[in-house]
Design a binder for this molecule. Structure first.
Ligand code: ZN
Length: 496
């Protein structure tokens, strides 16, 4: 049996190593590859994807999983590895390779069509491609064979979660957020963002951001920072790369973007070095990943104790720019809450509503309760209902996100789950570290990193996300921590 365990682990680790090479090729494409290299890179990626698929569907892998499971008596780690490997293997063998290839091709074409449609503000140009992607996505879900097709898609990003559970959580979240947003909008004393739109040279932004992420505990010898059009984090453990972009007339983009990506990076750097190549040694789920980035970005990075420490440093990083702005004005300016059209620019409160809107629409599309042709209208109606505003163009509405064109259906909910998990973890952290605010005021950001390392990162995927949440916080996922955090914080800022 020990031989079989070794053989099983060897095969799993090979898949992991290949996946890291895929990520590296993708990083290279987004950060340094010359523009003309795209076609060759596509060929390289396709070749590698073929190799990974053959390893994933290797019949010997199926036999090893079955034999080891039948033998029983495994330790907790091996059990979790078998559970994770089995899910990946059975998904891979259930989806016919022709369907995988056809869907990949349809998505590649849909992404080009989406870019053109967005540019021209012409949804009709994208519609047939979206219909094709949806059709092939339904076929994929049917091949996987869960009773609810949405669950089959969700499993790829958030195993252990179901559409039914999401519906329950999101309806509670929406019911809490809409009245909160009403009170914020009705407040007399509203903060403004104008001080963030002064001139902040990119080089100084980079220097300051690097100082913050180093203080958070990002290991610069096991990672790096670069620029890219769309910020992202790539890699694991000892080679974790983050990217950002700079707007010299808006401080938020790079600063909070870097803190966000560093939150993702600390998770990857914090995995168990002995287990990070094993199926259950990797990061738990996209929702848990996003809980790390959002906890750092919002619950720490947009908090009063954080700025009590960092505001004087920020002022000296940009000599003369913020001399007339006190820390309170600055704190309020980074916490402006205002309904807006674009998801990626949304604040902590309205962001969740953007996600719930997308979840409801993609679910309706997948279940054929909504036709693609009626999507722009449905989008405008929901924007009006949730946020009280309507996009004047589809470019600022239904065409703004790349996800659906890339076949990423079931992915959006993980962003809001990240906010919920993050707030619930933070509540527990505050109980464990009663003087947390005082320590943040003293610049001890490592306290947060150490807590996350110990309770979240090191477990990897040993538990599914709902179970991890319960283990760490003592109760199942709830909207309450996020709602009470937002109500307290924004009530204080907006004066109600
Ligand atoms: Zn993120």
């Amino acid at each position: 049996m020990a031989d079989k365990v070794n053989r099983f682990r060897e095969k799993c680790r090979l898949v992991h190593d290949l996946a890291e090479v895929q990520q590296l090729l993708d990083w290279d494409q987004q950060v340094v590859m010359p523009r003309k290299g795209a076609e060759q890179r596509g060929l390289q990626q396709a070749a590698l994807a073929g190799v990974v698929h053959s390893k994933l569907t290797d019949p010997e892998m199926g036999e090893l999983i079955a034999d080891l499971k039948a033998a029983g008596g495994q330790d907790e780690d091996l059990k979790a590895d078998l559970r994770e490997a089995e899910r990946a293997w059975s998904r891979a063998v259930k989806i016919p390779p022709e369907l995988v290839a056809e869907r990949a091709k349809a998505c590649a074409m849909a992404q080009v069509a989406w870019e053109e449609a967005k540019e021209a503000d012409d949804f009709a140009r994208f519609r047939p491609h979206l219909e094709r992607v949806l059709e092939l996505t339904r076929e994929t879900a049917a091949a996987i064979g869960t009773p609810n097709p949405y669950d089959a898609l969700l499993e790829d990003y958030e195993p252990g979660m179901s559409e039914e559970a999401l519906k329950a959580v999101f309806s509670q979240l929406r019911e809490g957020l809409i009245p909160l947003l009403d009170r914020i909008q009705g407040a007399a004393n509203k903060p403004a963002q104008e001080v963030l739109k002064r001139h902040f040279p990119a080089q100084a932004q980079e220097r300051f951001g690097l100082q913050v992420v180093a203080d958070m505990g990002f290991d610069g010898a096991a990672g790096r920072l670069d620029r890219s059009a769309h910020p992202f984090t790539s890699g694991t453990l000892a080679d974790v790369r983050i990217t950002t972009r700079y707007d010299e007339h808006f401080l938020n983009m790079a600063l909070f973007g870097m803190i966000h990506e560093a939150g993702h990076a600390l998770y990857e750097q914090g995995l168990d070095p002995k287990r990070f190549r094993d199926p259950s040694g990797q990061a738990c789920s996209l929702g848990i990943h996003e809980s790390q980035s959002r906890l750092w970005e919002n619950l720490i990075g947009r908090s009063r104790p954080f700025w009590a420490c960092y505001y004087p440093k920020l002022q000296s990083a940009f000599p003369g720019v913020l001399d007339d702005v006190d820390v309170e004005t600055f704190y309020r300016s980074v916490n402006v809450c205002e309904p807006s059209l674009i998801r990626v620019e949304a604040d902590e409160v309205t962001y969740n509503l953007h996600i719930i809107l997308r979840f409801e629409l993609e679910s309706a599309l997948l279940h054929r309760q909504l036709e693609a042709a009626d999507l722009p209208e449905a989008w405008r109606a929901k924007m009006k209902a949730f946020l009280g505003i309507e996009p004047p163009t589809d470019r600022e509405g239904v065409l703004q996100d790349i996800h659906w064109s890339a076949g990423l259906i079931g992915y959006f909910p993980t962003y809001a789950l990240g906010n919920l998990f993050g707030a619930q973890f933070m509540e527990t952290m505050r109980r464990d570290v009663p003087d947390l605010d005082r320590r943040l005021e003293a610049g001890e950001l490592r306290v947060v990193k150490r807590w996350l390392n110990e309770y979240i990162h090191v477990h990897g995927r040993r538990y599914l996300a709902p179970e991890l949440c319960e283990k760490v916080t003592g109760r199942p996922l709830s909207v309450q921590p996020a709602l009470s955090y937002l109500q307290t914080k924004y009530g204080e800022i907006y004066g109600f």
